[in-house]
Design a protein around this ligand. Sequence first.
Ligand code: SF4
Length: 213
Amino acid sequence: MKITVEVCEIYKTIQGEGFLIGSPVTLVRFQGCNIYCSWCDTKYAIPKKEDTKRDLYEVLEEIEKLGREHILITGGEPFYHQSLLPFTAALIRRNHFVQIETNGTLWIEGFELLDRKKLYFSVSPKYSVDYKIHPAFQKYCDELKFVVDDNLTLEVLLRDEFLPLVKEKKLILQPEGNKEKYLHKSLKLIDKLLQLGLYARLIPQLHKLVNLP
Ligand code: SF4
């Protein structure tokens, strides 16, 4: 059976966000997202587009040619595509380490069966859906990344669904667009969290600082 993946970009770069910042990666961007964020910096990847459908094995071959072990799957929203599961499984079979960046709203049954040591979930809840996440990400979350903008509040970070992850020191605050005012807001949030015995890391977007895609 022919499997297709909706991929609009594949290129070598460094991971510019989160705990794995600076890692050399091959970035694979899925086309299509199930929600809309006003500040989205990849708006071209939001609509689904028929012409981005590509044969799974052709995409895997292109990835192999780039020669990097760490594959960063981003979007759009990767979990918007059922093909994410066979694609990720194929990458793991080929000994890749697979990091998936997701807005956390969707899950695909079957990911539970994949090798957890080869998988890394970067979950970034979004204001546009009131920061709702699928319950599976209580378990499948290696980092919980919030964009700090005018909307984010301490109350959101302390919600029942996020608190266990915050206590595991998985919380990352990422100032929107690396803007100074959101950097200061992030610092204030970190102080408030520390007063509550909680911990977060402030990590700006490295690729924007050094002008990488
Ligand atoms: S979830 Fe991500 S890709 Fe989708 S609109 Fe929001 S920022 Fe853009």
